[in-house]
Design a protein around this ligand. Structure first.
Ligand code: FPP
Length: 245
């Protein structure tokens, strides 16, 4: 595939783990465990294809409402995955970042997140963002809260506030916005993922359940992206004129 048609940033909702397991008469959590293998596959494919940024929705702020044994299982899974993968991520020159409110995680998990972020901070390869206890509305809210602090301090007013200032306080503001959004598992929703950042993103939905999402399926999503014409509010003619300039 022509590398200029590859997305720079891919955001993924990894849905369908529970159904994958239920179909096999396994407990739901078995699907999450196999889901980690799919994370491996896709991250490796992104490294090989030199994708710049991948953002994965691992745990939403609403997921706390799931049965408590499933929540504990997921927390353990994150901790073990981080412990096991830290060195491998580092060796692959991947920079890991976790976005979301991490204060609700237990201290051990918080420490491990800090450790891996610190270890991989200067890496220059794939930027891998994991959204955990994350919500798009929460993200916009925390950005406004920071700006409200500036207003209280007297350094900002409603007259001087700009859209750009909001963008700068939103998670991942230092990275290109997602070009391609992928959701597995058949639902066609954004489900409070990167609401602000997805404004111009191409949306790709597939019925394939996340544990079954393999490199061939990933290639389908990339081919879909390569065939899109991204207009950012312009007309098709304007885009063609820009391309020919
Ligand atoms: C959605 O499937 C999936 C989750 C809530 C968890 C995603 C977590 C992983 C894939 C594990 C590992 C992640 C990392 C980054 C180490 P679902 O349970 O909603 O599935 P369902 O819709 O079939 O019930």
């Amino acid at each position: 595939m022509n590398p200029t048609l590859l997305p720079r940033h891919i955001a993924i909702i990894m849905d369908g783990n529970g159904r994958w397991a239920t179909k096999r008469h396994l407990p739901r959590v078995a699907g999450h465990r196999v889901g980690v293998d799919a994370v491996h596959r896709i991250v490796t494919a992104c490294v090989e294809k030199k994708i710049e940024v991948v953002s994965l929705f691992a745990f939403s702020s609403e997921n706390w409402q799931r049965p408590s044994d499933e929540v504990s299982f997921l927390m353990d899974l994150f901790l073990t995955a981080l412990e096991r993968e830290a060195e491998k991520l580092h060796k692959q020159n991947i920079q890991l970042r976790v976005i979301g409110g991490r204060e609700r995680f237990d201290k051990r998990l918080q420490r491990q997140i800090d450790r891996v972020e610190e270890l991989t901070l200067s890496n220059t390869g794939l930027k891998l963002n994991v959204a955990a206890n994350y919500g798009g509305r929460w993200d916009i809210y925390q950005a406004f809260k920071q700006l409200a602090t500036d207003i209280e301090a007297g350094t900002l007013t409603s007259q001087t506030m700009t859209l750009e200032m909001i963008s700068q306080k939103i998670a991942l503001s230092d990275l290109p916005e997602p070009d391609l959004f992928i959701r597995t598992g058949g639902e066609q929703r954004i489900s409070n993922f990167l609401l602000w950042q997805l404004a111009y993103t191409e949306l790709y939905f597939t019925d394939v359940l996340w544990p079954d999402f393999d490199v061939a399926e990933f290639e389908h999503a990339l081919a879909f992206f390569a065939n899109r014409e991204r207009r950012f509010g312009l007309t098709s003619e304007q885009i063609k004129a820009q391309q020919n300039a």
